[in-house]
Design a protein around this ligand. Structure first.
Ligand code: PLP
Length: 343
């Protein structure tokens, strides 16, 4: 993970880097991420609880709350813990006005430049910035927006240009870049960049691999073969007998299922590495097990290692085959999976 942070910082130019560690650091564990990203300029989280945990772990860098405060009751903690909330709707401004924090906060004012999810309309920038700068609870303002298609051909310009040209008059620092923007569009750097997925060694792009971007997988999900079956032609395996053998075939049963976070909707043919060779899943994924094709893996036996994703098998490849993204697979890693740290 530390290696991927260095790659991100190389792309960041003079911008400072928030390591995005929401969702339990994309499934990697908050405290592990805090250690790996000790060199980050700041951390980005979703909830007050995550921010408080980072402070308890000794984090001294800035911490941004990506959706800001969810109620007036969270303002005091922002002051106590020195957190930087995003403000994206008027009620949050009202709360700050009603209950000014014990010490003024750095805030990120979020504008909607086209994603139409969170943020104030760009057209309201002059009034809003004036209002926020008058609030006694506000020490400094950074302008922010988020891209809807930084990873796609449509890119960022259709959002970046209006955002920058509308708000330039204020001369305030700004922040726009997620991983995809950081990697592909240096003009999005601003004062702070906000990489997430790339720090965990997955690619934000469907058409560029993590290895091509110089990223290394942070998580390897591995297990082993706990049973070997030989199917005769016509016999099926697993629930629904979704896979049926056309000829005699050896099948390995792997101790990993959807209760571990492996996607149940991964179809037959999803890549998996068995005893060092790329093979494929067969049939339906069950709660605690899945089945793999052992043809061509003659040396695979009971106890042979299986990599579901990670080192040797990019999580992006598995995600593509299962019709999802690395984001979803990594975040869904279940708490029951034992974690072994290697660096
Ligand atoms: C999650 C998030 C990011 C990180 O996005 P990646 O695609 O994982 O790099 C950046 N900014 C905001 C506002 C986010 O919510």
């Amino acid at each position: 993970m530390a290696h991927n942070l260095r790659v991100a910082r190389d792309h960041a130019g003079t911008a400072r880097t928030f390591a995005v560690v929401k969702a339990n650091a994309y499934g990697h564990g908050l405290s592990r991420a805090r250690r790996a990203f000790a060199a980050a300029d700041g951390f980005a989280v979703l909830t007050l609880e995550e921010a408080a945990n980072l402070r308890l772990m000794g984090v001294e860098q800035p911490i941004i709350l990506l959706e800001g405060i969810f109620g007036v009751d969270e303002i005091a903690a922002c002051a106590d813990l020195d957190l930087w909330p995003v403000l994206h709707h008027v009620m949050q401004l009202d709360w700050l006005q009603q209950q000014p924090p014990a010490r003024p906060l750095q805030i990120f004012l979020k504008f909607d430049s086209g994603m139409h999810r969170l943020g104030f309309p760009l057209a309201d920038h002059a009034d809003l910035i004036a209002r926020v700068q008058r609030l006694p609870g506000v020490a400094g303002v950074t302008l922010m927006t988020h891209f809807a298609q930084a990873d796609e051909a449509a890119g960022v310009n259709w959002q970046l240009q209006p955002f920058l040209s509308e708000t330039a008059v204020h001369g305030l620092p700004w922040s726009t870049a997620n991983s995809a923007a950081l990697l592909r569009y240096p003009e999005t750097q601003g004062a702070w960049v906000r990489p997430g997925i790339m720090l965990y060694g997955a690619s934000p792009f469907a058409d560029v691999s993590a290895a091509q971007l110089g990223l290394r997988p942070a998580m390897t999900l591995q297990s082993e073969i706990i049973s070997v079956q030989t199917l005769k032609a016509g016999e099926g395996v697993g629930y629904g007998q979704l896979f049926r053998a056309e000829r005699a075939i050896r099948v390995g049963v792997v101790a990993c299922g959807y209760a571990d976070g492996y996607p149940r909707h991964a179809p037959t043919g999803t890549p998996v590495q068995v005893a060092g060779r790329i093979s494929q899943t067969l049939g339906r994924v069950s709660m605690d097990m899945l089945c793999v094709d052992l043809s061509g893996c003659d040396d695979a036996v009971l106890g042979s290692p299986v990599v579901l994703w990670g080192e040797g098998l990019p999580v992006d490849t598995v995600a593509a085959s299962a019709g999802t993204t690395a984001y979803e697979l990594l975040c869904a890693l279940a708490a029951r999976v034992p974690v072994e740290e290697t660096d």
